[in-house]
Write a protein that binds this ligand. Structure first.
Ligand SMILES: *[C@@H]1O[C@H](CO)[C@@H](O)[C@H](O)[C@H]1NC(C)=O
Ligand SMILES: *[C@@H]1O[C@H](CO)[C@@H](O)[C@H](O)[C@H]1NC(C)=O
Ligand SMILES: *[C@@H]1O[C@H](CO)[C@@H](O)[C@H](O)[C@H]1NC(C)=O
Ligand SMILES: *[C@@H]1O[C@H](CO)[C@@H](O)[C@H](O)[C@H]1NC(C)=O
Length: 316
């Protein structure tokens, strides 16, 4: 633009002097000089065009660099936020929302959940509206006349018949105070009304293996009457680990189960599962002796085997 203006000025000056000196006959000379100027102009114009394209190429490069800089800036921003996330993650323990310390942590849920107790034991449990199941029996698909090590670990299918395991139970109960509820259901042919009853205990503790899973139970309320009081402050017994109070025999062997036996039992909920109301042997099945009334005509309730039994705990 400035170059064009200077040529215009030059051109005007030249033309003016040529016209002015025309009479003196020196314009021809001037005209040859005009050709030189035209040539110069062309040369300069060419150089100008070259500079222009160079400038625009430079401008393009600057713009490219700017783009790259903003990409780098974005990357740095991403890295900064990743560092922050990492830092926060390291300053607090890893949270896993799918793990809970007991079913009371998500009382709207029913089904199998992974439990991780505060001391770090990991196992699965069956949850029902805030209740954590300790065992469940309803069809006899799982045998309960098992060994000490099986009771220690737990067995069965968590979403079907199962026992949670004594180590897991002790670990759960250490976390806070729980109440326990035992639910029982009779066989339809027994014609009991009601056919289901329950026993709740406000005190419930199970010690570690070092104290042979000693049971503390008390504070009964319910409808099934208390068949656990006799078992307060007793150690756990299986057919291969005799901790009962019977001097010359094993209650577990005698009554085909495992339990917190004394000189045997008022309840034997880990006894044999009978496919019918009457047990094949005295006190050998899923027994609850103090159920109100007689469950079998002219027979002690020791001869009765319930259709369903379960035990579950709830936060106090
Ligand atoms: C969360 O816990 C569940 C169950 O233990 C496990 O399968 C899953 O991998 C865990 N998730 C993370 C992110 O740790
Ligand atoms: C457990 O009970 C079942 C069914 O009565 C029986 O077949 C099995 O032999 C028993 N097992 C033990 C170890 O007593
Ligand atoms: C259960 O046994 C413990 C320990 O001996 C005792 O302190 C508690 O009072 C007993 N509970 C009941 C209800 O008898
Ligand atoms: C074991 O004790 C029972 C009573 O609980 C008794 O009937 C039986 O005779 C005793 N057996 C021996 C070998 O002492």
């Amino acid at each position: 633009m400035r170059l064009d203006q200077s040529f215009a000025i030059l051109w005007v000056v030249f033309t003016f002097s040529c016209i002015k000196e025309m009479n003196a006959g020196s314009c021809g000379n001037r005209l040859s000089r005009r050709k030189d100027i035209d040539h110069l102009r062309e040369t300069l114009q060419f150089e100008n065009d070259e500079q222009k394209s160079e400038i625009s190429s430079l401008a393009q490069q600057v713009s490219d660099i700017n783009d790259k800089l903003s990409t780098i800036k974005e990357d740095i921003g991403d890295m900064k936020s990743a560092m922050t996330t990492l830092k926060n993650g390291m300053s607090q323990p890893m949270l896993n929302s799918s793990e809970i310390t007991d079913c009371g942590e998500d009382s709207s849920y029913s089904g199998v959940r992974t439990i991780k107790t505060t001391e770090g034991r990991l196992f699965s449990a069956y949850c029902e509206q805030g209740w954590t199941y300790i065992f469940k029996r309803f069809d006899g698909s799982v045998a309960f006349n098992l060994t000490w090590s099986e009771y220690k670990k737990g067995f069965g299918e968590t979403n079907a018949e199962h026992f949670i395991g004594l180590d897991n139970l002790a670990s759960l109960l250490k976390q806070r105070n729980y109440e326990i509820r035992i639910d029982l259901a009779t066989w339809p042919e027994t014609n009991e009304n009601p056919s289901t009853r329950y026993a709740e205990y406000s005190d419930f503790k199970v010690a570690d293996e070092s104290d042979k899973y000693r049971l503390t139970i008390g504070g009964y309320r319910g409808t099934a009457r208390d068949s656990m009081a006799r078992h307060n402050d007793t150690e756990f017994t299986t057919y291969d680990r005799d901790n009962d109070k019977l001097k010359n025999a094993s209650c577990a062997k005698k009554y085909k189960g495992a339990w917190w036996y004394t000189e045997c039992h008022d309840s034997n909920l880990f006894g044999l599962y009978s496919p019918q109301p009457k047990c094949s042997g005295f006190g050998e099945c899923m027994t609850w002796r103090h159920w109100p009334g007689k469950l079998l005509p002219n027979k002690d309730n020791y001869w009765y085997s319930f259709k369903k039994a379960s035990m579950k705990i709830y936060r106090k």
